[in-house]
Design a binder for this molecule. Structure first.
Ligand code: NAG
Ligand code: NAG
Ligand code: NAG
Ligand code: NAG
Length: 634
């Protein structure tokens, strides 16, 4: 089975392809993840597993599910025709299958088709964990590339466990009966997150004619470009492209094979794309273009625009494709210039490829290829390394973005990580176990790439606060409009009372007529407690939020005095005062009219007396007095 352990075939393949170029073999690291058994108690604990190199690992998140071991087809090499695996508790199914007989990836695919949320492969021999690869992954794999379309369709995670742990799980499943075997697969530590910037590198090649692998790389670069540029422009990530080179052993440097596949006198080589040095493009052509692409990144980085590399690679693959026989220096240089990069600087960076000297740029790539720290040697193409850990899973935009996003500490991830298209859909089912309010149809569940989080939402501009699991209550202004601000509220007989008061920003107080702590209010029975309606003639009836007091006979209840008074007496008293008032008013009006009349006569005669001293009054009397009267009296 394909594993990353075997390097010698690499050399063999190039022997076949008529060249002897080597590749220093070295350290390989198996990326691990934790699996915790939650139940049964007998095997409870944490176990190690090795992430597969295909599918979509849930980077930054976890998956809790029920282990199912198929009754038929333990190896999952054949499709589970029509079978849909289910768990009694409706939790996701994690299918446990045995290693052997077919490709790891095929097992994962068959499991996925039968409804599994993840596939665990149990090793069939006692040995250390190894990485499950997809067929045709490595450069040296010369297996059929036609029948593996299913690999791209795998979108669940897969992992390998040791034979020992696999046996324990199988035994537990067999014994479990009604109790289910529940495990949690954890990828939260799969990418370290030491700081607020993710460093990642992509080991690739410029060749576009190596079949599925090359198509996959190009497709990835095209699709991921937007995200990569956003991350880098925002200062959230630093990306560096890398290219693998081989070398020609000293005694063979003058051979035709090495001359066709190497530059700088056999120091740096790349395998022939068609595995035939006499036809088509040579390894040398590829190597020179790889070198140019490294230099494009360097020059772009020097001008503060490292992300232009993504544009260059995309444009180059479209404009200068090998398939269309346009993979030329001339075409490449046109792309360089069209992107506003200095061609001179690119050429200076590339150096002279014919000289018998080291090329600083490629020498550095060879050094970097060797593993260090938590990263093993880069031995396969393409390889993506995120925060110094090799990425496992398929090379696909959202899967990779998820892994990069896992390289940020929770809550420091950039907005691109919270994009809906890399979210999980855990909230769809029972609100992900978070708080929810059926009446308002709101939940604290939020899908993110890490899986769901329970965070109290904002409703009508009011931020709810609480733990997000058991409670979310509105605080601050406007809170009473939302679910009574978490306070008690009740409706009965068409009347609603609430313990929420907007002027009081975060406490609850039962309204009058109710008693309680504000989270719970009970109607006060004013009658029973003799709080009102205590007069001897009254009869009391409790109501929701108040009481109804009636007096016997014709008496009228006076609330403020809690007493009954005679209805007729008050009627009579009232009419008496009305009559008295009417008398007073008419007297006043009469007095006023009398006074006004007297005063006017007096004034008229006074004025006339004064004026008559100056002019004859016979004709003018009327005209002269009219305006004066108006101005002074009316
Ligand atoms: C497994 O869990 C332990 C304890 O939480 C942690 O220290 C370790 O890094 C985890 N390993 C992986 C590969 O996630
Ligand atoms: C890109 O530039 C930065 C500083 O501007 C530098 O630290 C970094 O090493 C450069 N990267 C490469 C690959 O040259
Ligand atoms: C609740 O809200 C969601 C969207 O927010 C909507 O899809 C759903 O139909 C609503 N349910 C009810 C019962 O109103
Ligand atoms: C309020 O009282 C009810 C019952 O009287 C009780 O269940 C609840 O826990 C109390 N809440 C607080 C916040 O004291």
């Amino acid at each position: 089975m394909a594993t990353t352990q075997s390097l010698p075939p690499l050399i063999a393949v190039f022997f076949l392809s008529a060249a002897v170029i080597e590749f220093a073999s070295g350290r390989l690291i198996v990326e691990k993840q934790n699996i915790s058994v939650i139940s049964p108690k007998s095997i409870k604990g944490r176990y190690e597993a090795a992430m597969a190199n295909f599918g979509v690992p849930n980077y930054g998140g976890s998956l809790t599910g029920v282990v199912v071991y198929p009754e038929k087809g333990h190896t999952a090499c054949a499709a589970f025709d029509g079978v849909r695996f289910r768990s009694k508790s409706k939790r996701p199914v994690i299918l446990l299958v045995d290693r052997g007989r077919c490709y790891f990836a095929l097992k994962a695919y068959n499991g996925q088709q039968a409804g599994a949320a993840a596939v665990i492969v149990a090793d069939n021999v006692d040995e250390p964990l190894l990485t499950m690869d997809a067929p045709g992954f490595k450069l040296q794999d010369v297996i059929d590339r036609n029948n593996n379309e299913f690999i791209e369709k795998i979108n669940i995670p897969s992992t390998l466990v040791t034979k020992e742990f696999g046996d324990e799980l199988k035994a537990a499943v067999a014994k479990a009966g009604d109790e289910e075997v529940v495990i949690k697969m954890d990828w939260t530590e799969s990418v370290p997150n030491p700081d607020r910037r993710v460093e990642y590198e992509f080991w690739t090649n410029s060749n576009d004619e190596c079949g599925e692998r090359c198509d996959e790389q190009l497709e990835f670069v095209r699709n991921f470009r937007g995200n990569a540029q956003l991350l880098e422009k925002g200062g959230f990530a630093r990306f560096t492209p890398h290219y693998i080179t081989w070398y020609c052993p000293e005694p063979l440097r003058q051979s035709l094979q090495c001359q066709a596949q190497c530059i700088n006198h056999g120091r740096y080589c790349s395998p022939d794309p068609e595995r035939n040095i006499w036809a088509g493009y040579t390894g040398k052509d590829i190597l020179v273009e790889n070198l140019r692409q490294i230099c494009v990144h360097r020059v772009a980085n020097e001008t503060g625009r490292p992300w232009v590399w993504w544009d260059y690679v995309t444009d180059f693959s479209i404009r200068c494709s090998m398939k269309e026989k346009k993979y030329t220096k001339h075409c490449a240089e046109r792309v360089v210039t069209s992107l506003g990069l200095s061609l001179d600087n690119v050429l200076k960076c590339m150096g002279n490829t014919e000289d018998d000297v080291e090329n600083e740029v490629l020498k550095r790539e060879q050094e970097l290829r060797l593993g260090h720290g938590s990263r093993g040697d880069v031995a396969i193409l393409p390889t993506l390394v995120i925060n110094d850990v090799q990425y496992r899973g398929k090379l696909e935009r959202t899967a990779v973005l998820k892994a990069i996003c896992a390289g940020f500490e929770e809550s420091t991830e950039p907005p691109v990580c919270l994009n809906p298209d890399i979210e999980t859909n855990e909230c769809l089912e029972s609100n992900g176990g978070c708080w929810y309010d059926l009446q308002l149809n709101i939940t604290a569940c939020k899908d993110t790439f890490r899986g769901r989080i329970c965070e109290c939402p904002v409703v009508n501009n009011v931020q709810l606060s609480g733990d997000g699991y058991n409670s979310c209550t509105a605080v601050g202004p406007g809170r009473c409009a939302i679910d009574s601000g978490g306070c008690w509220s009740g409706t009965k007989d068409g009347r609603t009372f609430s313990a929420c008061q907007d002027r009081d920003l975060n406490s609850c107080k039962c309204p009058s007529g109710f008693r309680g702590n504000g989270s719970d209010c009970k109607d006060v029975d004013e009658c029973k407690e003799k709080l009102a309606c205590n007069c001897p003639e009254c009869s009391c009836r409790n109501t929701w939020g108040g009481y109804d007091c009636k007096c016997q006979g014709n008496l009228l209840y006076i609330n403020s005095q809690d007493t009954c008074i005679a209805r007729s007496e008050s009627k009579f008293g009232w009419s008496l005062s009305f009559i008295a008032l009417a008398l007073v008013v008419s007297a006043a009006v009469g007095a006023y009219i009398f006074y006004k009349y007297r005063f006017r006569s007096y004034m008229d005669s006074e004025i006339m007396a004064i004026m008559s001293q100056y002019m004859p009054l016979d004709n003018h009397q009327k005209e002269m007095t009219q305006p004066l009267r108006e101005n002074t009296l009316e």
